[in-house]
Design a protein around this ligand. Structure first.
Ligand code: CMP
Length: 138
């Protein structure tokens, strides 16, 4: 699993019609999509996914945002997937993201930053399993 990462195209990017362009960037960067679904998280599900941030001041805002509308969840495969994907998406705050990154192109703010990318191999596996059964991971 160490060459896999997990991503979500968040409600802001979905509502703004950027899903196709973001998936195209992901493919063009050499990632293979090995699981994918479009879904709408309940507040409970969004809260559970981001439980690690429960004590942070932005947790309520994050849960409200992530349950506001549909998202696309996917597992991506590539050598060095976690690190390379974080480079492709850019800094958490789009104001600090490098030119040409997904967040620079499509994110609007720190809270509404278009995409999620796992921060470690361990979390990539946990997050992928949160959305997909083993039968849905190819
Ligand atoms: P993500 O990479 O999905 O992981 C946690 C998310 O919390 C992060 O992207 C941001 O969207 C959000 N986040 C992090 N810091 C803040 C903050 N200070 N205010 C609002 N949202 C934040």
């Amino acid at each position: 699993m160490s060459n896999r990462t997990f991503t979500m195209i968040k409600p802001d990017a979905t509502a703004n019609g950027h899903t196709g362009a973001i998936l195209q960037m992901i493919n063009a960067a050499g990632f293979r999509i090995v699981a994918m679904k479009m879904t709408h998280l309940s507040a409970d599900k969004a809260g559970a996914f981001y439980a690690v941030h429960k004590e942070r001041p932005f947790y309520g805002e994050l849960v409200e945002f992530m349950s506001r509308g549909p998202i696309t969840a996917a597992i991506l495969e590539k050598e060095n997937a976690v690190e390379d994907f974080r480079k492709l998406i850019g800094a958490t705050n789009p104001a600090n993201a490098d030119a040409g990154t997904i967040r620079k192109l499509y994110a609007t703010s720190l809270g509404e930053n278009a995409v999620h990318g796992s921060d470690s191999n361990e979390n990539a596996a946990i997050e992928g399993d949160f959305f997909f059964s083993k039968l849905e991971q190819f």
